[in-house]
Design a protein around this ligand. Structure first.
Ligand code: ADP
Length: 562
């Protein structure tokens, strides 16, 4: 990247660099350059010292302060030969400082050297070297006087200086010790600076620390410069140059070396961190994959288990249905068939009592009465069992809209005898139409009202019947002023054969309410009692108002469960 405010000069430089096969772009000022460097860092910067706004040395400083840019080599250009300019340029972080009037070939040579050096050293850098140590310099010259002069100069700068009087000695020292920079005289007997430089270049690969080489010459000659750069020297300074320039160039070389080292160290650290992060990410992903796999396996196992359980459940349900149906059939047949012999026993006993009354003594008559009572009780039991088994039967009658008002009328007609005997008062609110089995609705009402009459207290029975409609169901109630039920029996009275009284107090089989429960549950409803001992009872039950698929399912489920 060329940073130059004069478009003509910028174009000239661009053309020259592109002739060499490089790709060059131009920026008119430092700000524009910074933005572009941020976007896409170039391999090298050629910066004009005198720029409008931010000056070239300031741009250099900014580039050096930025971790992602500081490795970029910088060639500073200036048009005048103002005293101290070169040193200022180098100190701001430039790697090279050239006059604009410099020969183009020379310019290209320096650019090439810088580019090559960047490529080479970056691969040689090791993180162990520290930026903060004192730089070690090996000065190689056959003139002890010059060496002394150089040592004095450089020690002022805080460097550690070692000497070698000839090429072979210098190479030995470089091999054995660690140096940051070698200053080598071009002209020496035995082995000249070019050869020393070449050999150091070939050693660079195996050296622990990168080493910068600065060639010193009696007089600056373009050919020498070319040879030196080709041999691997990083810079080239005339011995006659200003001392400050020599110092500035050494500083620039060392700074550059340290920047590169530090950059490399940071890059390696970043790479390491990135690698660690990638590793951690991979481990996390693997763990997640394992967990997902485990979950999947578990889900499959559960699904399989569920499938098995479902199949088993279906089988059990089927078996249960089968056994329920067999049981119902058995109960039905048994109770049906038992009625016939019972009827015979009762009628023959009656016959015997009538025809042979005078032949039977008191004891025999008592026995006969007991036989008849037993048979009648058996008859009641058989009939109730039959009712219970019917109530459990699946779809004995189809469900239909049932006017409960009419069902109640039927139930009351069936209870007419008891109603007359007890002089009971019936108060009834209007009742709705529900979706039900009609005969079962009659039976349900009949059982509950029958109990209200049977379990009456001393007062004349008063029975209230009514209903409250909810969204999908209707809640019916039958309340009486009878003897009431203690709370601890509120659940148990709905179990089959559960009675709270003996037969001498109140006749009954203990089946009536269990039939009611069956009927209500088969309709998808619920039945319960609200009562206290001596305070009368209110039986409540719910029945759906309309046909609903679920009711059918519920009733099937209830049936299966029973
Ligand atoms: P049963 O009437 O044949 O004994 P149920 O199943 O109809 O059998 O009733 C179970 C028990 O619940 C009865 O023995 C009785 O103790 C009690 N019961 C039922 N209805 C009433 C009621 N209206 N008032 C008081 N107790 C009742």
């Amino acid at each position: 990247m060329i940073v130059e405010d004069s478009p003509t000069q910028a174009l000239q430089l661009q053309a020259e660099l592109e002739r060499q096969g490089w790709l060059a772009q131009c920026a008119g000022n430092a700000d524009e350059a910074m933005a572009e460097i941020h976007r896409q860092p170039p391999d090298l910067l050629v910066v004009d010292y005198m720029l409008p706004g931010m000056r070239g040395d300031e741009l250099c400083r900014q580039v050096r302060m930025n971790i992602s840019m500081r490795h970029i080599p910088i060639v500073m250009l200036t048009s005048d030969e103002e005293e101290g300019m070169e040193v200022r340029g180098l100190d701001s972080g430039a790697d090279d400082f050239l006059l604009k009037s410099t020969d183009t070939e020379y310019f290209v040579l320096r650019v090439r050297a810088l580019l090559e050096r960047t490529a080479k050293t970056s691969s040689l850098l090791r993180p162990i070297d520290s930026h903060f140590k004192r730089a070690r310099i090996l000065a190689v010259d056959d003139s002890p006087t010059y060496l002394m002069h150089l040592t004095a100069l450089l020690e002022e700068e805080g460097y550690l200086i070692a000497h070698a009087n000839n090429g072979p000695d210098a190479l030995k020292r470089v091999d054995e010790d660690v140096f940051d920079c070698v200053l080598v005289d071009l002209v020496m007997p035995e082995m000249d600076g070019i050869e020393v430089c070449r050999r150091i270049t070939s050693m660079r690969e195996r050296l622990d620390s990168p080493i910068a080489v600065l060639m010193l010459t009696g007089h600056e000659d373009k050919d020498d410069l070319t040879r030196a750069l080709e041999a691997g020297a990083d810079d080239f300074v005339g011995k006659s140059s200003d001392v400050a320039v020599l110092k500035g160039r050494i500083r620039a070389l060392l700074r550059r070396k340290f920047y590169q080292q530090e950059n490399q160290r940071i890059l390696e650290e970043l790479n390491k961190k990135e690698l660690e992060a990638a590793h951690a990410r991979a481990e996390k992903e693997a763990a997640e994959a394992r967990i997902a796999q485990e979950r999947q396996r578990h889900a499959e196992e559960v699904a399989e288990q569920l499938q098995k359980t479902k199949a088993e459940l279906e089988r059990f349900n089927e078996e249960l249905k089968q056994s329920n149906s067999e049981l119902r059939q058995f109960a039905h047949v048994a109770s049906h068939d038992l009625q016939e012999p019972l009827r015979s026993i009762i009628s023959f006993c009656n016959l015997l009592q009538k025809k042979s009354a005078d032949q039977l003594d008191a004891e025999a008559s008592d026995y006969m009465e007991r036989i008849v009572k037993g048979a009648l009780r058996m008859k009641a039991l058989v009939q109730d069992l039959l009712a219970y088994s019917r109530a459990s039967q699946e779809h004995q009658n189809p469900y239909e809209p049932v006017d409960v008002q009419l069902a109640l009328a039927d139930a009351l007609a069936n209870l007419q005898g008891s109603l007359n005997d007890t002089q009971a008062a019936i108060h009834c609110e209007p009742l709705p139409v529900v979706w039900a089995d009609r005969s079962q609705m009659v039976q349900l009402l009949q059982n509950v009202i029958g109990n209200a009459l049977k379990y009456r207290a001393a007062a004349t029975p008063e029975i209230r019947i009514g209903a409250e409609q909810h969204e999908t169901t209707c809640e019916f109630y039958v309340s009486d002023n009878g003897i009431g039920i203690a709370p601890e029996y509120h659940e148990r009275i709905f179990e089959i054969f559960k009675r709270l009284h003996n037969r001498t107090e109140y006749p009954g089989t203990g089946i009536g309410l269990s039939v009611c429960k069956r009927i209500v549950e088969r309709h998808g409803g619920r039945i319960w009692v609200e009562s206290a001992w001596g305070k009368g009872s209110t039986f409540r039950f719910t029945i759906p108002l309309h046909h609903h698929q679920e009711n059918e399912n519920v009733s099937t489920a209830c049936l299966a469960a029973s």
